[in-house]
Design a protein around this ligand. Structure first.
Ligand SMILES: [Zn+2]
Ligand SMILES: [Zn+2]
Length: 101
């Protein structure tokens, strides 16, 4: 079905599983839900490769564009044990884009 291809992946369970007590960028205490590297508004999915726990400061900086998406992707890649390129591809696939293998 053409429509479902571009439907954002929603998964409350994964979001809860990815919650941590510390910021994955700077190590400061963190509360609340993880940040979506590819924003929900742009179709970013609720998948491990798109979620990163950030403290309030890093979270605000990320949304203000002071912390680049590339830096967050690098942190996620190291955590997942894959390359940054891989994280980008997995996210793009989850968002319904064609991805070259
Ligand atoms: Zn932080
Ligand atoms: Zn966020």
């Amino acid at each position: 079905m053409e429509l479902s291809k571009h439907k954002r992946i929603r998964n409350r369970k994964v979001i809860q599983e990815m919650r941590k007590q510390i910021c994955e960028r700077c190590g400061k205490p963190s509360y609340g839900e993880p940040h979506h590297v590819y924003t929900v508004g742009s179709g970013g999915g609720d998948i491990r490769e798109n979620l990163i726990q950030l403290c309030a400061d890093c979270h605000i900086a990320a949304h203000a564009g002071h912390v680049g998406k590339e830096e967050l992707i690098d942190i996620v890649a190291e955590r997942e044990g894959v390359t940054s390129d891989n994280v980008v591809k997995t996210n793009r696939k989850a968002m319904g884009y064609e991805v070259e293998e």
